[in-house]
Ligand binder design. Structure first.
Ligand code: HEM
Ligand SMILES: N[C@@H](CC(=O)c1ccccc1NC=O)C(=O)O
Length: 262
């Protein structure tokens, strides 16, 4: 048996051989490293979300907190990464932007899978994975299974709260529609946290994740505006106006709307 070494354990030769700038521009390496790092963090986030969904399903809420707290901390690190990218000026970026063609973060299957697992379902995003069957299969699985929000609502129902049947059994691949009854049930939890402490803590962990995702989206649009101004995106959207429209998306909408009534 060969002795384990640092480089073998971390598969460093594979990892460090996977950066292939297409241009000779100095900043292209940074662009690749930032995106690869983000995909690694997304891989970890997906692993935590799968674990947390299973735990919530089994009413092991306290055990789920650890994974959920880890997700929001990883999101904070991803948000901080914008600081590094913002050192790239518009002229630096425009030297190699043409090599990107029509590729875009819009096509990130792990980002969409994260959205799906949280509860932001949009089947249309599967189409970008036509050439990657394994990625498409994982996305499709996440699209069709109950999301973290679906499972949180089911746990709430098992704890005795009255939830409409359509909030518990639905076509999980369809876009989630916020429900006044779901909001009313979580409002009860928030009005008397000490009686429903575990559900209350779960809800606040979910708000942390929604908050961090929106903060990440905000820094994305700000950085994009700083780097490409009003140019359209390589992925075919309007660019900044499109990204700005995503900042108000919420995976757990009722946890935000109920706050008006507290
Ligand atoms: C120079 C840097 C960047 C620019 C100019 C930029 C620009 C854009 C634009 C314009 C879009 C909209 C889709 C399109 O038309 O292309 C987009 C989407 C996206 N980008 Fe970036 N981006 C940059 C860096 C990043 C980085 C570093 C990440 C991840 C860490 C990222 C992740 C994403 C994701 C996940 C989407 C899809 C967002 C959604 O639809 O909600 N981007 N980007
Ligand atoms: N959408 C970006 C291009 C871009 O950012 C990108 C291209 C390839 C791989 C990752 C990317 N990052 C996020 O959108 C642009 O319009 O310049």
């Amino acid at each position: 048996m060969t002795d384990m070494t640092y480089a073998r354990y971390l598969a460093l030769d594979d990892l460090l051989a996977a950066q292939h700038p297409v241009s000779d521009e100095h900043d292209e390496l940074l662009f690749i490293v930032i995106h690869q790092t983000k995909e690694l963090w997304l891989k970890q986030i997906l692993s935590e979300l799968h674990l947390a969904i299973g735990l919530v399903q089994r009413d092991a809420l306290v055990e789920a907190y650890k994974s959920l707290a880890r997700v929001s901390r990883i999101q904070s690190v991803m948000t901080l990464a914008w600081e590094v990218l913002a050192t790239m000026t518009p002229s630096d970026y425009s030297t190699f932007r043409p090599v990107l063609g029509t590729s875009s973060g819009f096509q990130s299957d792990q980002f969409r899978t994260m959205e799906f697992l949280l509860g932001l379902k949009q089947a249309g995003h599967l189409e970008f994975q036509a050439d990657r069957p394994h990625a498409r299969a994982a996305m499709e699985q996440a699209l069709c299974q109950p999301s973290l929000w679906d499972e949180a609502n089911r746990a709430l129902a098992r704890a005795g709260f009255a939830l409409p049947p359509e909030a518990l059994e639905r076509d999980f691949s369809a876009t989630y529609e916020p429900s006044p009854q779901v909001e009313a049930a979580w409002l009860e939890v928030y009005r008397d946290p000490h009686r429903h402490w575990d559900l209350y803590q779960l809800a606040e962990k979910l708000v942390d994740i929604d908050d961090a995702l929106s903060t990440w989206r905000h820094k994305h649009v700000l950085t994009v505006s700083r780097i490409i101004g009003g140019k359209p995106g390589t992925g075919g959207t309007s660019g900044v106006p499109y990204l700005a429209s995503t900042v108000t998306k919420r995976a757990f909408p009722e946890l935000w709307s109920l706050r008006t009534s507290l």
